[in-house]
Design a protein around this ligand. Structure first.
Ligand code: 8YV
Length: 323
C-alpha cells in the first residue's frame, strides 16, 4: 500500500504526477485559507505532509499519529517546533540551494526599487502628476559603488554579495555568527560587527534565519545606528525586525527607506501602519517566487518526502534532525 500524503498547496502538474507514483495524494484544492481544524482532520491519516510555512507544533502532531515526515517547500524552517517533532519521531526537510539566486535577485529588486523609488514614482505617473519642471523631488540614490551590509552570510547572502561586488561594484561588508573567509576573499567582503555594519552601510540587507537569537534583532537601537541616508531591506523573516521600531525610524526620517518582502504577520493587514509611508516598498513574500524556482523547490520537497517515507535519508534533511 502506498503511503498517504497530504499537500496543503498547489504543486506543478509534473510534480503531482511524480509524487502520485510513490504515494496516495490528498491535495488541498478547496481554495481559501485552510483552517486548523480542517488541517488536523486531513492529517489524521497522513504518513507525510508537504507544506510551505504551516506551523508544526505539538497540537498538530497529536492530530497526526501516523506522520513520519514534514517536507517544507522553503529553505526557512522556523515554522518547525523541532523539539516537538523529535519527541514524536517526525523528521523535517527543506529546500536549500535551489532558491539562492532567485531570492538574491529579489533583494536587488527591492534595493533598486527603494533607492530609485520605482513603485512610488510609478504611482506618481499613473496619478497624472508628472509635469515639466519635476526635478529633485523625484531623485533617488545610487546602488552602484555604495556600501552594502549583509546580515547573515549564508548561501543567499553570498549570492547577494556576488551581485553587489561584481554587478554593482559595491563595497561588501557582512555580519555573521561565524566568519566566512572564503566569502571574504571571493567578494572582497569585510567582516564587521553588527554595530559597525549598521553605522557604515548604505544598504542593510537582512538575511539571517529566524531563530530565538535573531528574533527582533533589528530594534530601535539598531535602526538608530543606521545612517539617515540608508535603506533597510528584509528578505528573510519579518520577525527578525521590531516593526514598530522600523515604522518610527522611517516616519521620523532616521533612515531613508525600506524594502520589505516579509512581515511579522502574513498576509500583511491592509491597514498596517507601514503601508502609510511612501518610503516603504512592500511585496507579498515572493523571495523565491519565480515559476521555475518554485517548480524546482516543489520537486526537491517531493524527493525529500519520498526518500524519507522509504526510510532513506532525504537529500535535504533539516540539520537539527541529522544524527
Ligand atoms: C518560501 C521562503 O517559498 O524558502 C523560504 O524560506 O521564505 C520562501 O522561499 C515560502 O515560505 C513559501 O510560502
Amino acid at each position: 500500500m502506498k503511503p498517504q500524503v497530504f499537500v496543503d498547496r498547489q504543486l506543478a502538474p509534473e510534480v503531482v504526477q511524480w509524487l502520485s507514483q510513490h504515494c496516495e495524494l490528498d491535495m488541498w484544492t478547496e481554495g481559501d485559507t485552510i483552517t486548523r481544524d480542517a488541517l488536523q482532520q486531513r492529517l489524521s491519516n497522513a504518513d507525510g505532509f508537504i507544506t510551505s510555512g504551516r506551523r508544526i507544533d505539538e497540537e498538530l502532531l497529536n492530530a497526526a499519529p501516523k506522520l513520519k515526515v514534514v517536507s517544507s517547500i522553503s529553505v526557512g524552517y522556523n515554522h518547525f517546533d523541532i523539539e516537538a517533532m523529535k519527541q514524536r519521531g517526525v523528521i523535517g526537510t527543506h529546500t536549500p540551494y535551489v532558491l539562492d539566486d532567485t531570492v538574491a535577485d529579489l533583494a536587488f529588486a527591492l534595493m533598486l526599487g527603494s533607492a530609485r523609488r520605482v513603485a512610488e514614482l510609478d504611482r506618481y505617473v499613473r496619478d497624472g502628476n508628472w509635469k515639466r519642471g519635476d526635478g529633485e523631488n523625484l531623485f533617488g540614490v545610487d546602488v552602484h559603488h555604495a556600501t552594502i551590509g549583509i546580515i547573515g552570510m549564508g548561501r543567499i547572502g553570498e549570492a547577494v554579495a556576488k551581485r553587489a561586488r561584481f554587478g554593482f561594484d559595491m563595497n561588501v561588508q557582512y555580519y555573521n555568527r561565524t566568519r566566512k573567509p572564503e566569502a571574504e576573499e571571493r567578494y572582497e567582503a569585510a567582516y564587521v560587527d553588527l554595530n559597525t555594519l549598521l553605522s557604515t552601510s548604505d544598504f542593510v540587507v537582512m538575511l539571517a534565519p529566524l531563530t530565538e537569537e535573531t528574533r527582533d534583532m533589528m530594534g530601535q537601537e539598531q535602526f538608530s545606528r543606521m545612517k539617515s541616508s540608508a535603506i533597510f531591506i528584509n528578505v528573510s523573516r519579518g520577525a527578525t525586525v521590531d516593526e514598530d521600531a522600523l515604522y518610527e525610524a522611517l516616519e521620523k526620517g532616521k533612515i531613508r527607506g525600506a524594502g520589505l518582502d516579509v512581515f511579522k504577520q502574513e498576509p500583511l493587514d491592509g491597514g498596517h501602519p507601514l503601508l502609510r509611508l511612501s518610503n516603504v516598498l512592500v511585496l507579498p513574500h515572493l523571495g523565491s517566487a519565480t515559476t521555475k524556482t518554485r517548480i524546482v523547490m516543489a520537486r526537491a520537497a517531493a524527493e525529500n518526502l519520498v526518500a524519507a517515507l522509504k526510510g532513506e535519508t532525504p537529500p535535504y534533511l533539516v540539520p537539527e534532525f541529522r544524527s
